[in-house]
Design a protein around this ligand. Structure first.
Ligand SMILES: Nc1ncnc2c1ncn2[C@@H]1O[C@H](COP(=O)(O)OP(=O)(O)OP(=O)(O)O)[C@@H](O)[C@H]1O
Ligand SMILES: [Mg+2]
Length: 257
C-alpha cells in the first residue's frame, strides 16, 4: 500500500446466486479524499458498501483498510475500526427522540459493563454524561439541536438523513460511506447537505465515499469519481475524465453525466 492509502480493494467479487453484483473490483481511496461512486440502478453500489462494512460476504478478493484485511471481519469489528455508513433506506429508531437515537449509538461504543450500568457506578454515570455532552455537540454539527426532543419519525426527510449522518459520526470513523444521502431532499436541504459533507471533511479530516444519483451534487463535491455498471468498475478519474468517458456515457445512455 502507498503511505497515504486508506483503503485498497482488490479483485473483489460479490455474488447472489448466479448474479455477480460486484465483479473483480479494484480501487484505492486515499486519506482525506472525498470521492463519488456512481452508476445506474442495480449497478452494485450499495452492495459494495455492504461488502466494505461486513454486511455481506464477498466471494473473493481483499479489502485492506489501514493496513488490515477486513475481508472476514464482522460488521461490528469493522465499525469499531473506523468504517461507518448511512443507509439508502433510512434506519433509525423512529419512535425514539433524536437525542435518544444518538445516545443509543454512544452506548454501543461504551466500555462499561451491563452490570455497572444497572448499578449506576460512578464510571457508568460519568460515561453517560459524556455521551450526552457529545450527543448535543453532534446535533450542533449537523444542525439538529432544536429538534433534540422530537421523535425521529416526525423529522423531515432531510433531517432524518442528517440524524443518520450524526449517528454514523458517533464512532468517530476514519472512512464514512454515504449511500444516497440527498435522496428525497429538497434543493435547500441538498445545499445544506453539501456544506455539511465539506465541513466533515475539512473539520474532522474524514475520508468520504458518496453514492449519489444527483449528478450536480457529485460533480460539485467530489474530486474523484468511480463508475460501476453491472458490478464492473468501468471508469475512475476526475469529473472531466468521467464525464467524457465513452463507456460511462453508454452506461447512462444519454443521462446527464
Ligand atoms: N441481498 C440480495 N440478494 C439478491 N440480490 C441482491 C441482493 N442485494 C442486491 N442484489 C442485486 O444485486 C445487484 C446490485 O444491487 P445494488 O443494490 O448493490 O445496486 P445499486 O447500484 O445500489 O442500485 P440503486 O442505485 O438502485 O440503489 C442488483 O441486481 C440487485 O438486485
Ligand atoms: Mg443502492
Amino acid at each position: 500500500m502507498e503511505p497515504n492509502e486508506l483503503l485498497q480493494v482488490s479483485k473483489l467479487s460479490v455474488s447472489f446466486g448466479g448474479l455477480k453484483a460486484i465483479s473483480n473490483v479494484d480501487l484505492s481511496i486515499y486519506e482525506g479524499e472525498l470521492v463519488g461512486l456512481i452508476g445506474p440502478n442495480g449497478a452494485g453500489k450499495t452492495t459494495l458498501f455492504n461488502a466494505l462494512t461486513g454486511l455481506c460476504r464477498p466471494s473473493s478478493g481483499d479489502i485492506i483498510f489501514c493496513g488490515q484485511n477486513l475481508i472476514k471481519k464482522s460488521a461490528h469489528y469493522i465499525c469499531r475500526h473506523g468504517i461507518t455508513r448511512t443507509f439508502q433506506n433510512i434506519r433509525l429508531f423512529k419512535t425514539l427522540t433524536v437525542l435518544d437515537n444518538l445516545r443509543i449509538a454512544y452506548h454501543q461504543n461504551m466500555r462499561y459493563s451491563f452490570i455497572s450500568g444497572i448499578l449506576q457506578t460512578r464510571n457508568a454515570r460519568r460515561q453517560e454524561q459524556e455521551a450526552l455532552k457529545e450527543a448535543y455537540a453532534m446535533l450542533e454539527i449537523v444542525g439538529l439541536t432544536q429538534h433534540a426532543d422530537e421523535r425521529a419519525v416526525n423529522l423531515s426527510y432531510g433531517n432524518q438523513r442528517k440524524l443518520e449522518i450524526a449517528r454514523a459520526l458517533v464512532t468517530q470513523p476514519k472512512l464514512l460511506l454515504l449511500d444516497e444521502p440527498a435522496a428525497g431532499m429538497n434543493p435547500a436541504e441538498t445545499q445544506e447537505l453539501l456544506h455539511l459533507i465539506r465541513f466533515l471533511r475539512s473539520e474532522f479530516g474524514i475520508t468520504i465515499i458518496l453514492i449519489e444519483h444527483d449528478m450536480n451534487l457529485v460533480m460539485n463535491l467530489c474530486e474523484r469519481i468511480f463508475v460501476l455498471d453491472y458490478g464492473v468498475l468501468i471508469a475512475q478519474g476526475s469529473v472531466e475524465e468521467v464525464r467524457s468517458n465513452e463507456q460511462v456515457i453508454q452506461a447512462y445512455l444519454g443521462a446527464d453525466v
